[in-house]
Design a protein around this ligand. Structure first.
Ligand code: HEM
Length: 206
């Protein structure tokens, strides 16, 4: 038991399941508010976006801490993000559109924020499908190129959010700011900054 609890993957799985458990507990207890569909859509959408940002923070965190093993958790984070994106999409298909293919197709074409969200979701599918080690080996360099789609997906996620908000843009702008920061930290200047910060913390040679 002790060994299980010392495994960071166990804690990450438990943490990633929390939003789902929260929705179930609130759902069973009638705590989803006056509009449960809206509540579930907003919650799953938010956690998909948070997941994307967490995935994008792995590389800067690795550079900052020098812990190469952080990459090992990225695949699991990616799959949980895809899971929440699926819940988000299924909530829309089922509770918002009642699985009506014509209404869904119309909505995807007509409402720009749905078009963008749908594009982001479709782009996530090949990333989830190729997330295994076997696929990584099989695709080689092409795997890395394919998985760069994560940047575009995150940008589309922010545009989707900005477009759907009617009045107060604060939340999507804050998420957008975090994304700009995380992308900036991948540029040469950002990498140099992270190295400089790490250099101050960690004595040379360690
Ligand atoms: C990577 C893909 C996606 C991300 C990151 C994402 C993210 C979000 C976020 C952050 C919200 C707002 C949450 C809030 O207000 O607190 C949201 C709302 C919403 N999303 Fe998505 N979404 C994605 C894909 C989709 C897809 C594929 C659809 C449907 C085709 C969709 C339909 C909606 C709808 C209907 C809302 C609520 C709009 C409203 O309140 O009027 N999203 N999404």
């Amino acid at each position: 038991m002790g060994a299980v609890l010392r495994n960071p993957k166990v804690w990450i799985v438990l943490l990633c399941l929390l939003p789902l458990v929260r929705l179930i507990v609130l759902g069973v207890g009638g705590g989803l508010g006056a509009n449960p569909i809206e509540f579930i859509t907003h919650s799953t959408g938010t956690w998909t976006l948070v997941g994307l940002l967490v995935i994008l923070s792995v590389t800067p965190l690795r550079q900052l801490t020098g812990r190469a093993d952080l990459v090992r958790y990225r695949r699991m984070l990616g799959l949980f993000t895809f899971f929440y994106a699926c819940l988000h999409f299924v909530t829309y298909l089922w509770l918002d559109q009642f699985f009506d293919p014509a209404a869904i197709a119309r909505d995807i074409v007509k409402r720009p924020f749905i078009t963008v969200g749908f594009t982001a979701f479709v782009l996530l599918i090949p990333l989830a499908a190729t997330s295994t080690h076997a696929m990584m080996r099989r695709l080689g360099r092409r795997w890395q190129l394919l998985h760069r789609l994560i940047y575009l997906i995150a940008v589309l996620g922010i545009i989707h959010y900005l477009w759907l908000v009617k009045k107060d843009l604060t939340d999507p702008l804050v998420y957008g700011g975090v994304l700009v920061l995380l992308l900036g930290l991948r540029l040469p200047l950002g990498v140099a900054l992270l190295r400089a910060i790490r250099g101050r913390w960690v004595p040379a040679g360690s």
